[in-house]
Design a binder for this molecule. Sequence first.
Ligand code: HEC
Length: 201
Amino acid sequence: MYDELQALSANEGATSDHLYAITSKPFFVEQAKAESNGKSDGRLMGGTDVTVLERSGDLLKVRIAGWQQDEVDRVIYALRGQRIFSATVGKKVVDKIERLKTEVDPDTELTWHQVQIDTWVSKENLISEGDQLWAYTKEMYTAACSTCHGLRDPEHFLANQWIGSLKAMKRFISLDKEQYRILQKYLQLNAKDTGGSEAHG
Ligand code: HEC
């Protein structure tokens, strides 16, 4: 089914203005660096959605939006207070991250910043419908996690708890790194404290 997502991505040609990464992808702050496919400035994580700002041949300028915990400059998370990975950012370009607002998470009293960064990525492995990505992930979840015990409802745990709960099961399953990360993201976005609804993502 992952092949189907890739075929869909190739078919669509990333023409939509709002796209979902079906796998992790390197990004570049400078267009020229993206063109020469040099050392990347960071990685967009699978399951993350981006807004297209500009197009140039096979490259897209996209905005990655999310949240950062104060003093954790190199990770962008999907939601405030939730360790749901959206992107990792190289040391050299952390100053390109724009801060929109700052809030204190009342549950933990930690400070979080709402942020965005504009980056260049290739057109590959992006699709327009999040639903299709999450349908694939749900199928993977059922296949990987219902052989020994009943499928746990993602809502059974908090988003941050799913990191540890999934890790405890890692030795039982044979998902590759990308599949594992997308599964984690799916469980986290549908957790008890993230609305428990697939409308997210
Ligand atoms: C090879 C068998 C096996 C597979 C496959 C498996 N589990 Fe488990 N799971 C167990 C066993 C055994 C336990 C109880 C003992 C423990 O916690 O290690 C457990 C416990 C759990 C728990 C904690 C119990 C609870 O509900 O509080 C969760 C959550 C869980 N599994 C989720 C998953 C997920 C998600 C997957 C797929 C990634 C998965 N399991 C795949 C065997 C399995």
